[in-house]
Design a protein around this ligand. Structure first.
Ligand code: ADP
Ligand code: MG
Ligand code: MG
Length: 880
């Protein structure tokens, strides 16, 4: 088996599409090398080695040793140096790289191959002893903490002591001699901590680092990250071993991290940070302040790379163009400049905010880099959610506490917490929290996830907090240096003000501002790029998208977001209104039909007006109205005062009402006297609702000239006779209203499919239905025999243990509930070819469920108004 793939110096055995085998980093290093970019040579040990390692009791495959040796020889020949040679030593980096970039994995070890002998060789070769000893101490520090597990504070203490002795503040003020002493101190400390001398044999160092990468695949941080991101454990990680290039050899050297476009806004500018005379993660470590790439982005006092290293910068601009043309996507790149020569160390598709994702997709399509189809596929539908939510009201009063970097846009407001665990536990209780940290690390991921927003006081635009927050879509203000955090007293202070844990602050991730207290928010503006992409998506989509809405406000929002009708208008909300609840209670408590009719007559005008309002807003579009569904029980009067009130209205006494209430109470209302069962037993209820619908529709038709098309939907049907009876009620009323008004309207009558029995006999139900709408909330409850309101106690455990892949109330259970949908769709259409089919559960706004709806051939999905754009995009992607 081939376990090792070389890259660079003309031997490129890998390609970008081999990321499963080589990991993202390795595959792209090979790809960059093969398109002629300057990549230091190296090799990748495949992810299959990782899998084999764990399958085989943590042992490597037999041929690995020889293949690694051959890989090293390739590097040695390419750069003309020898690993472990005391005069011309080859140094390498050892870098982990899974299929998807994964914080929590082992950190990179740089400068591997140094020891007491080779450091002298490096010193001679470079003519720079300070550089050589600085590299050596970096190596011991990284290897010591990453591979040998020595606490990194122990290293920092030794440096601090050295600086103190020499009376200097900056690391850069230390000389070769000083670093020499630091190295001696490091070695003693590591030996004391680990009980073994620091390994001097380069081969032992190499295998130690390789082992640490594979070992880190199963560490708790990596496991957490995988669980949160649905990454299977058997994917494994690759290991990359690569010739070192040095950004720390002097002022003509540098290292940097950048994006080919702005990852916050998507603007087409070169965006990033670099540091002169620095190595590796110095840029993100926050020890020195990184400088901007482009003059356009430089603030006073900053020295952009464009100015400091014009030649390397120009080369980098070429690389940027080459990479975008080649990958046809925004790239996140890492580079090093050694003595004015540019080297590329990494590229990958850059993480970006939802706004940036939209803008980049639209602009790349307009630039001709990708086509519109590709642009539509590029944007994650779920991420649109971020854009559709409120931002801070610019006119609102606010008290600025401090300002940091606008690291991830969006506004958030919540109580201050200072630890990830606290964030998680408070969020579980339903509180909105802002996680405040000096800086974040992979251990904080669960808390960042739980928080509404993240605030750090240290770190730049590419710090851990910033990158992770952008990926998660959490607003983030990073590097707010004006704020000091005291974990001990659980307070933060800025400009003389103190905020305690539990007090509210507001973040604006788009400006970097932090405010005291709550700042009001406003509705999102749907920008040009958003409208453009939606329009392209609509051109590809087959499924129609409707909204679930009952109030005029919801209906307006739905139209604004592009809904093509209402898929579910729940009429019970119209009953709970305080103005009406009295009449509703009288209706329920009435002893006989005439009592009920009297009460319903009071409700009729209210109901009619509701429909007039709704039909006006939805002029010309279909509106599906579900007749009353909840158990009567929910409307019962509570307490003596309410009982007495109803008694008085009905001309009876409180005691009689109490008895009636007890009579009506149900043991299991979800499976009780609800839905069409009400329509069957109390026909006057549905008749009144039908009258309100038709009278309302006719009024709007007369007023606007646009006749709405009411679709009357009967809930909870499980047998054909139920629909026969209730349909006849609706038709009778329609005929009567048309006769009374002299106006005839088009309308349809259909049913919810929300009971397994209905799905199974859908062929018979279809005989009397004009449409089916899958009520997948109830269908999920009744299929699983599971109450949504009670599932919270055990469902999380089910998902955690893998008994269920996802919460079936969030994403449709394709195997079970989906099978019923499929059966009903097929049987229904078997009876009636053109039977209109839709879905109106929460699932109508879930991209995975929408893909299923497309596959089954439904006509439309219906979801909450804010999710309409998500559904439009997901429906387009499902069709592509
Ligand atoms: P991560 O996955 O955490 O980004 P990397 O493996 O990319 O870790 O390494 C981090 C940094 O280390 C790189 O951005 C680069 O600056 C530095 N680095 C890695 N390999 C080399 C190398 N061969 N020569 C010089 N610097 C390197
Ligand atoms: Mg790292
Ligand atoms: Mg990297």
């Amino acid at each position: 088996t081939k376990w090792v793939y070389s890259f660079g110096a003309g031997r490129n055995e890998g390609r970008a599409d081999m990321r499963n085998l080589l990991g993202g980093k390795g595959a792209n290093l090979a790809e960059m090398a093969s398109i002629g970019l300057p990549v230091p040579p190296g090799f990748t040990i495949t992810t299959e080695v990782c899998t084999a390692f764990y399958d085989n009791n943590r042992n490597y495959p037999a041929e690995l040793t020889d293949q690694v040796k051959a890989g090293l020889t390739h590097i040695e020949q390419a750069v003309g140096l020898t690993f472990g040679d005391r005069h011309r030593p080859l140094l390498v980096s050892v870098r982990s790289g899974a299929r998807v970039s994964m914080p929590g994995m082992m950190d990179t070890v740089l400068n591997l191959g140094l020891n007491d002998a080779t450091v002298e060789g490096l010193s001679e070769m470079s003519g720079d002893p300070r550089f050589a000893w600085d590299s050596y101490r970096r190596f011991i520090q990284m290897y010591g903490s990453v591979v040998l597990g020595v606490d990194h504070h122990r290293f920092e203490e030794i440096i601090e002591a050295a600086k103190h002795d020499r009376g200097v503040v900056e690391d850069t003020a230390l000389t070769a001699q000083d670093w020499h002493r630091v190295v001696a101190g490091y070695k003693d400390m590591v030996a004391a901590e680990t009980g073994k001398p620091f390994p001097m044999d380069p081969a032992e160092q190499l295998w130690g680092a390789i082992g640490a990468v594979f070992g880190s695949w199963m560490n708790p941080r990596a496991n957490t990250y995988r669980r949160l991101h649905d990454i299977p454990a058997n994917w494994g990680t690759a290991v990359n071993v690569q010739a070192m290039v040095f950004g720390n050899m002097g002022n003509d050297c540098a290292t940097g991290v950048c994006f080919t476009r702005d990852p916050s806004t998507g603007e087409n500018v070169f965006y990033g940070e670099y540091l002169v005379n620095a190595q590796g993660e110095d840029v993100v470590a926050g020890i020195r302040t990184p400088q901007p790439m482009s003059q356009l982005r430089a603030k006073p006092g900053e020295v952009p790379m464009e100015e400091a290293m014009p030649q390397a910068y120009r080369e980098l601009l070429d690389v940027r163009a080459t990479l975008e043309r080649h990958y046809k996507d925004m790239q996140d790149i890492e580079f090093t400049v050694q003595r004015n020569k540019l080297y590329m160390l990494q590229t990958r598709n850059g993480k970006r905010t939802a706004a940036a994702s939209l803008r980049i997709a639209v602009e790349m399509a307009n630039e001709g880099l990708i086509d519109r189809r590709e642009a539509v596929l590029r944007v994650n539908p779920a991420s649109l959610d971020q854009l559709l939510h409120p931002t801070l009201d610019p006119k609102a009063h606010r008290t600025l506490l401090s300002k940091g970097l606008p690291a991830s846009p969006g506004a958030a407001c919540g109580i201050v917490v200072f630890s990830a665990d606290e964030a998680e536990s408070r969020a579980q209780k339903g509180e909105a929290v802002i996680l405040v940290r000096v800086e974040t690390s992979p251990e904080d991921i669960h808390g960042m996830h739980a928080a509404r927003g993240i605030l750090t006081t240290r770190g730049g635009m590419t710090s851990h907090a910033a990158v992770v927050a952008r990926g998660m879509g959490r607003p983030c203000v990073a590097g707010a240096g004006g704020i000091s955090v005291d974990y001990g007293t659980q307070t933060l202070t800025a400009g003389g003000r103190t905020v305690n844990a539990g007090e509210v602050i507001t973040l604006d991730g788009a400006t970097g501002e932090v405010f005291l207290g709550t700042v009001p928010m406003i509705e999102p503006k749907l920008s040009g790029d958003f409208a453009t992409l939606m329009q392209w998506a609509d051109g590809f989509r087959r499924l129609k998208v409707r909204a679930n809405a009952e109030t005029p406000l919801d209906a307006e929002t739905a139209r604004k977001f592009g809904a093509e009708g209402i898929g579910l208008c729940r009429t019970e909300h119209m009953f709970f209104d305080p103005e009406r609840i009295g009449a509703v209670r009288q209706m329920i408590m009435a002893a006989d039909e005439s009592g009920r009719r009297a009460a319903l007559a009071k409700l009729l005008p209210f109901q009619r007006q509701d429909f007039v309002d709704l039909f006006r807003i939805m002029a010309g579009l279909p509106v599906t109205i579900r007749l009353l569904d909840p158990p009567l029980h929910e409307f019962l009067p509570h307490g003596d005062a309410e009982l007495a009130e109803v008694a008085q209205a009905l001309g009876t006494d409180t005691e009689a009402m109490r008895r009636r209430a007890i009579e009506l109470a149900e043991a299991n209302p979800m499976l009780g006297h609800r839905g069409c069962r009400l329509g069957v037993t109390f026909p006057e209820i549905y008749e009144t609702q039908a009258r309100a619908i038709f009278e309302g529709a006719i009024a709007v038709a007369k007023e606007t000239g646009h006749a709405p098309v009411p679709e009357v939907m009967i809930p909870l049907v499980g047998t054909k006779p139920e629909l026969d009876i209730t349909r006849a009620q609706v038709e009778r009323v329609a005929k009567a209203v048309f006769a009374e008004t002299g106006v005839t309207l088009e309308y349809t009558v259909g049913t919810m499919i929300e009971l397994p029995r209905a799905a199974l006999i859908a062929d018979r139900i279809a005989e009397v239905a004009d449409f089916f709408s899958f009520g997948t909330n109830d269908l999920t409850q009744t299929t699983f025999g599971l109450s949504r309101d009670d599932a919270g106690k055990f469902l999380p455990t089910y998902v955690e243990q893998g008994i269920l892949p996802k919460d079936p109330f969030v994403s449709l259970d394709i195997d079970g509930v989906g099978a019923l949908v499929r059966i009903a769709a097929e049987k229904g259409r078997g009876t009636k070819k053109g039977l209109k089919l839709g879905i109106c559960g929460e699932h109508g706004g879930d991209p995975a469920s929408i893909f299923f709806c497309e596959e089954v051939g439904l006509d439309y999905v219906s979801c909450s108004p804010y999710r309409v754009p998500v559904a439009r995009l997901a429906a387009a992607q499902a069709a592509l």
